[in-house]
Design a protein around this ligand. Structure first.
Ligand SMILES: O=C(O)CCC(=O)C(=O)O
Ligand SMILES: [Fe+2]
Length: 320
């Protein structure tokens, strides 16, 4: 098995730019995942985010999680695998189109401020990455950002998770296998406790923890826009018997009313002739479907969107 792709973003500014773009291209085509180092987000910001997230978990979430799991999951010494829940403790922050950080309960001011700061940096990084993808795909700069824009700009939010130590990891997943519905996902994961795996060539591969790195993966919408040149990849989190794993996943997704469809420049004639064309739909309609089918295969989701396609009548994305 080849090594997990790691991109040193500093190399995009020097003589190794072409080789680095090539690693990104290969990662997008063959992994659906890659890991960024030297991405420009200050390590001190990441350290503060980590410290406050872990403190917040201890103070506000841990007891709740223990009570919930004691009552639900493992009471009475469960023997069979649990397939309808995950061994994770989470909360969500929305940044765009409108932030809800000031309304989320139990966060102190310093935590709110650093999460706002971190999100702003991640938003810029996501947009930078989308342009790198455009370059590799031969799409004009800004194409993907515009494709995601809709009428109010992208949806951008953060899922803050902790995966506490689990006494029976063989019976319950930290998070069951799924592909992400949206656009591009930026993950700040614990550098000590592992657990995230992706499916590659029918084998589960660990996403290696690496201090101060950002893990990137591609969601279903990029698979649609690239007409399958890039694919969203199944991933899951394995619960661990020791250690608490922190993960902060930020989802840069299309706006709710953005119309998503394969970029005309990427539609190969042969694929069109064989009718191997991904559907066109309003992103929010996809999300409604995903809500009920997150842990099932994505292909039926695309098929259902095709049957709804007749109702979508919109012109091409203008990128001038
Ligand atoms: O916690 C992780 O490492 C992954 C989370 C994830 O895949 C998700 O929330 O969609
Ligand atoms: Fe995911």
């Amino acid at each position: 098995m080849e090594n997990f792709p790691v991109i040193n973003m500093e190399k995009l500014n020097g003589v190794e730019r072409a080789a680095t773009m090539e690693i990104i291209k290969d990662a997008c085509e063959n992994w659906g995942f890659f890991e960024l180092v030297n991405h420009g987000i200050p390590h001190e910001v990441m350290d503060t985010v980590e410290r406050l997230t872990k403190g917040h978990y201890k103070k506000c979430m841990e007891q709740r999680f223990k009570e919930l799991m004691a009552s639900k999951a493992l009471e009475g010494g469960i023997q069979a695998e649990i397939t309808d829940m995950d061994w994770e403790s989470t909360f969500f922050l929305r940044h765009l189109p409108v932030s809800n950080i000031s309304e989320v309960p139990d966060l102190d001011d310093q935590y709110r401020e650093i999460m706002k700061n971190f999100a702003l940096r991640l938003e810029k990084l996501a947009e930078e990455l989308l342009d790198l993808l455009c370059e590799n795909l031969g799409l004009e700069k800004g194409y993907l950002k515009k494709a995601f824009y809709g009428s109010k700009g992208p949806n951008f939010g953060t899922k803050v998770s902790n995966y506490p130590p689990c006494p029976r990891p063989e019976l319950i997943k930290g998070l069951r296998a799924h592909t992400d519905a949206g656009g591009i996902i930026l993950l700040f994961q614990d550098d000590k406790v592992s657990g995230l795996q992706l499916l590659k060539d029918d084998q589960w591969v660990d996403v290696p923890p690496m201090r101060h790195s950002i893990v990137v993966n591609l969601g279903d919408q990029l698979e649609v826009i690239t007409n399958g040149k890039y694919k969203s990849v199944l991933h899951r989190v394995i619960a661990q018997t020791d250690g608490n794993r922190m993960s902060i996943a930020s989802f840069y997704n299309p706006g709710s009313d953005a119309v998503i469809y394969p970029a005309p420049a990427l539609l190969e004639k042969e694929a069109e002739e064989r009718k191997e064309v991904y559907p066109k739909f309003v992103f929010d309609d996809y999300m409604k479907l995903y809500a009920g089918f997150k842990f099932q295969a994505k292909e039926p989701r695309f098929e259902i969107m095709k049957t709804m396609e007749v109702n979508v009548k919109v012109g091409p994305v203008v990128t001038a």
